[in-house]
Ligand binder design. Structure first.
Ligand code: HEC
Length: 192
């Protein structure tokens, strides 16, 4: 084999390796498409205050805690996991939303006219008030949703008022009657 042939083979092998890498790379780095892993760690820490970091935190927490069931675009999954896109649970009453995610819910609930009868665990142990506010603000303002801002002090208040609750809500009806007792001053559940 001449030196020239060797060089040619070397170049072709290199090009092939690059192509393969190119083909394989997207699935491996798929989660960076969500944005947050692309941030160098120092940057996320440096920007730990302010609105943008709240959005980044929300996105990251969503990916960690909610995405597996509610899916990347909040579209839900078949009849088991309800959507978060365009539901009045998400953009409506902040208190009802916090209660649902804080303690979890099972049994029949209405989401966009469909009855789901499945199970979601509570996140009261896993997420603190700021984290819960960040992830809820994220879902309230993603995928076309437009919800009013939800403050971590509201999460703290709802958490404290429902502190004796241990188990997930057994149905939408149970959650809503608890909500009525807890906040008699608030209007119909579902109104923003
Ligand atoms: C293990 C799967 C699972 C995970 C993880 C999960 N959910 Fe749910 N979620 C459900 C199911 C199932 C329901 C419906 C429960 C029922 O049928 O009673 C639900 C209902 C909801 C609802 C009310 C209905 C709707 O679709 O609007 C909201 C809001 C919600 N989840 C938000 C969240 C958020 C925020 C997170 C992450 C912090 C999360 N969920 C994590 C499975 C899950």
């Amino acid at each position: 084999m001449t030196a020239r042939q060797q060089l040619l083979i070397g170049l072709l092998t290199g090009a092939l390796a690059w192509c393969l890498g190119y083909l394989i790379a997207p699935p491996m780095t798929g989660r960076t498409a969500l944005g947050y892993q692309a941030l160098p760690e120092g940057m996320a820490v440096a920007a730990s205050t302010g609105e943008q970091s709240m959005v980044d935190n929300g996105r990251r927490l969503y990916a960690d805690a909610c995405l597996s069931c509610h899916q990347p675009l909040g579209q839900g999954l078949s009849t088991v996991f309800p959507p978060l896109r365009g539901t009045d649970w998400v953009t409506g009453s902040p208190e009802r939303l916090v209660l649902a995610v804080l303690h979890g819910i099972t049994g029949p609930i209405q989401v966009n006219g469909t009855t789901f009868n499945s199970f979601m665990p509570g996140f009261s142990q896993q997420l603190n008030d700021e984290e819960l506010a960040a992830v809820l603000n994220y879902i309230r303002n993603s995928w076309g949703n437009q919800g009013s801002p939800l403050d971590s002090t509201l999460v703290a208040d709802v958490r404290q008022r429902s502190a004796t609750r241990q188990a997930p809500w057994r149905s939408q009806a149970e959650l809503e009657s608890f909500l009525d007792d807890l906040f008699p001053e608030t209007t119909e559940p579902g109104t923003p």
